[in-house]
Design a protein around this ligand. Structure first.
Ligand SMILES: Nc1ncnc2c1ncn2[C@@H]1O[C@H](COP(=O)(O)OP(=O)(O)OP(=O)(O)O)[C@@H](O)[C@H]1O
Ligand SMILES: O=P(O)(O)OC[C@H]1O[C@H](OP(=O)(O)OP(=O)(O)O)[C@H](O)[C@@H]1O
Ligand SMILES: [Mg+2]
Length: 290
């Protein structure tokens, strides 16, 4: 790889985190060349190279400084026990590492794991979890298709990632105890601060990422309200800052604009209508610089 002074960010080449990782970077206005099967791609308009890797390799590469930054799931990060710094949770790749058991089985409490064989691709996380809970169970280490282990007779239970639960259902398993709640995180090499040029590039990239994450979580709401309902409406809006109130031509109504947490919209829309708001518009926001 050329030593071009660019910061290097490792992301998953192909898998659950790939699309969201690329989309986050595109939303940061980074111009990513079509990468086809290349493993290293330079960004045209920013001093950044992207490395496309297996996700399991990312924490160690960042620890060793092969890449200064990485995007990886917390599950993989903790499993590898790499010595890196978590910079930011990224809000995608949410899943949960869980003990799952056959549909017709019953796990009343965690003590029932004693003496069981549990198949997993996360032996380190599972070992720590069992130790913390003083459980004596056998860990069966499998690298993939863990859900098949109980029906193959090689384990009683499994410990694997669950999101919708569909994979468990297909394999006649049901979710039980949560071992770890995970999402994608931005990680960085611990010595990055000592490389002042690259550290400056990192700070610029981080401020773009933060502005995109803020924007993803927020929406711009606009509505018309009768003048005498203004106070009621302002009470309902969970605005991040004071809303903007503008006069309208008809002299009876006002326009109210505000930035709100995206998840609040459906909670407040009926109250807004009851209080007299009309023509309610909800718009996406690209960036918020605080
Ligand atoms: N069902 C899911 N829903 C949401 N996020 C998930 C789900 N499964 C896994 N993840 C997250 O995505 C990460 C990558 O999962 P993926 O299944 O693509 O890994 P992989 O098959 O090991 O890929 P690789 O080939 O890169 O090693 C996981 O570490 C986890 O953080
Ligand atoms: O609860 P669900 O929504 O069904 O998701 C869980 C499945 O998703 C992941 O695998 P993925 O589909 O990424 O394939 P992989 O096993 O090949 O990595 C994970 O390893 C589970 O098998
Ligand atoms: Mg992997």
């Amino acid at each position: 790889m050329s030593n071009n002074g660019n910061l290097k960010l490792a992301i998953q080449k192909s898998g659950r985190l790939s699309e969201n990782s690329l989309q986050l970077l595109k939303n940061c206005n980074l111009d990513i060349e079509k990468f086809n099967d290349r493993l290293v791609v330079s960004i045209r308009n920013f001093k950044l190279d992207l490395l496309f890797l297996r996700d399991d390799d990312i924490p160690e590469y960042v620890q060793d400084g092969v890449a200064e930054l990485g995007i990886v799931g917390q599950d993989v990060l903790y499993e590898t026990k790499a010595d890196v710094k978590v910079v930011k949770k990224l809000g995608f790749g949410r899943c949960s590492l869980r003990i799952a058991i056959p549909e017709n089985d019953d796990l009343r409490d965690i003590e029932d794991l004693n003496g069981k064989r549990i198949a997993t691709s996360f032996p380190n996380i599972l070992r720590d979890f069992l130790k913390q809970n003083k459980i004596d169970a056998k860990i069966v280490n499998i690298s993939g298709s863990v859900e098949a282990a109980p029906s193959l007779g090689i384990a009683d239970y499994i410990c694997d990632l669950v999101s919708t639960g569909n994979t468990l259902k297909l394999n006649k398993l049901k979710s039980s105890i949560s071992v770890l709640e995970s999402e994608a995180v931005l990680i960085k090499n611990k010595n990055l601060k000592n490389h002042s040029d690259k550290y400056q590039i990192f700070l610029k990239l981080l401020s773009r990422i933060e502005s995109v994450l803020n924007a993803n979580n927020s929406k711009y709401i606009m509505m018309n309200v009768p003048k005498n309902s203004l106070n009621d409406i302002l009470q309902i809006i969970p605005s991040l800052k004071s809303p903007t109130v503008l006069p309208l031509a008809d002299d009876e109504s006002l326009a109210v604009h505000a930035v709100i947490p995206a998840e609040k919209f459906w909670e407040i829309v009926d109250d807004l209508k009851s209080a007299g708001a009309s023509g309610i518009l909800l718009l996406p926001i690209e960036n918020i610089i605080i």
